[in-house]
Write a protein that binds this ligand. Structure first.
Ligand SMILES: NC(=O)c1ccc[n+]([C@@H]2O[C@H](COP(=O)([O-])OP(=O)(O)OC[C@H]3O[C@@H](n4cnc5c(N)ncnc54)[C@H](OP(=O)(O)O)[C@@H]3O)[C@@H](O)[C@H]2O)c1
Length: 381
């Protein structure tokens, strides 16, 4: 085998041909698996590498993108899979062997390559046997990490760090209420909040999933599922008050939105920080089919916000980093420090072969998953 190449064969890739009205329609109607001819090195840049993908994370953003609701729209058709990991199968002539060699186990940086990246690499998502990336998008997989863990590292933990630390300035000894705690970014937030010495109250709709969230570090869990089915969540302000000695929490990490946002504002201390992370419970607030606008935008109560002296902080990780790239190095350094110290490991509950991509995406959409959901384009990782 040469330093620069291993023999590549024909593989498979997922393609999205059209933006749908909503992600479920996108998965059912406009997403299909097709044969993938291995990328031809003669057509690539000298600073490129080809990766044989072993694992790709199935993220919420991968779902939103199928309907064009996400802030960034790759040109159609595209291969989804923002974050993936695998083995280098070819390196371009200008790639220094200090940085990458054929056979290296690597993960990619979704800011620089894949469907969310700005340039020519948007066409190469991780739901495929092969992907092409520029060398500056490649990172070695941390020792002790599986391919599955590697593709669930940057997106979720960078989001949790950006929200809790960069925006929220979470401090040791504070209490944070984390909604959607069983999700990819929510569970990462539980891990990071514990690492900085905060107390975590985690909410969710399933006792079984919440038990795992507790095993993963949450101090307290609250099942907020509505009993009467009339509203999205049941009242839980008394429980939170009881757990905080009547004060209420110092911070809310809200990845769920809708009814739970409102209930949260009744169990905060004066001057608390309210982090708007996402709205998993109201995914139809924005228009589908790649149109722009949010006819059903979520609403927050200004009376509660004022009387509680709440600091409501919008926390879009990618957009904030695009506005100010200087916020990223410290975040990456801290996350990698925790990883290297063995203090931070992504949790993955569901894996699927690529042939079951539709089931994988539907499981994620239905909220079946705890932490990460992964597809394997090739043999198992
Ligand atoms: N701010 C940022 O930079 C950023 C970055 C990435 C993602 N996000 C956003 O953050 C949110 C969560 O992302 P994620 O990747 O953590 O998603 P996820 O893994 O699917 O987790 C979302 C969690 O929300 C809970 N949930 C409550 N009501 C739900 C409903 N009606 N449908 C589905 N889930 C519901 C579920 O927990 P239970 O079943 O336990 O209730 C689920 O585990 C999304 O809105 C996403 O767009 C924001």
């Amino acid at each position: 085998m040469s330093r620069m190449e291993v023999k590549m064969k024909t593989g498979q890739r997922v393609r999205v041909s059209e933006f749908a009205e909503n992600p479920l329609e996108g998965v059912d109607k406009f997403l299909r698996i097709e044969e993938q001819v291995a990328p031809n090195p003669a057509t690539l840049n000298a600073h490129d590498v080809i990766i044989e993908v072993k694992s790709a994370a199935v993220g919420w953003v991968d779902l939103l993108m199928t309907s064009g609701q996400y802030q960034h729209q790759p040109p159609l058709p595209y291969t989804p899979g923002l974050e993936y990991s695998g083995v280098i199968a070819w390196v371009g002539a200008d790639v220094d062997d200090k940085f990458a060699n054929v056979g290296d186990r690597v993960l990619v940086d979704g800011f620089v390559t894949g469907p969310r990246s700005p340039g020519e690499y948007q066409q190469y998502g991780g739901f495929a046997t092969y992907a092409v990336a520029p060398i500056n998008a490649i990172r070695k997989i941390p020792s002790g990490f599986s391919f599955d863990q590697a593709c669930n590292l940057l997106g979720s933990y960078e989001t949790a760090y950006h929200c809790l630390i960069t925006c929220g300035q979470l401090q040791a000894g504070e209490t944070v209420l984390i909604h959607g705690a069983s999700g990819a970014t929510g569970l990462a937030a539980v891990h990071i909040a514990k690492l900085v010495g905060a107390t975590v109250i985690a909410t969710g709709r399933s006792d079984k999933k919440l038990q795992v969230v507790k095993e993963q570090g949450a101090d307290h869990i609250i099942n907020c599922k509505s009993e009467d089915q009339k509203s999205g969540v049941r009242r839980f302000r008394e429980e939170v008050k009881a757990l905080t000695g009547g004060r209420g929490v110092d911070m809310v990490y809200d990845g769920v939105g809708g009814d739970i946002s409102l209930e949260s504002m009744r169990c905060v201390s004066f001057g608390a920080r309210f982090l708007v992370v996402g709205w998993a419970s109201t995914p139809f607030v924005a228009k589908g089919k790649g149109q722009r606008g949010a006819p059903n935008a979520n609403m927050l109560p200004t009376n509660l916000i004022m009387m509680k002296g709440l600091k409501v902080l919008g926390c879009p990780t990618v957009i904030s980093t695009q506005h100010d790239a200087s916020i990223r190095p410290e975040r990456l350094q801290k996350i990698m420090q925790w990883v290297e110290a063995g203090q931070l490991k992504p949790y993955i509950s569901h894996t699927f072969p690529l042939s079951e991509i539709k089931s994988a995406m539907k499981s994620k959409w239905a909220g079946d998953v705890i932490g990460g959901c992964v597809v394997h384009p090739g043999a198992s990782s």
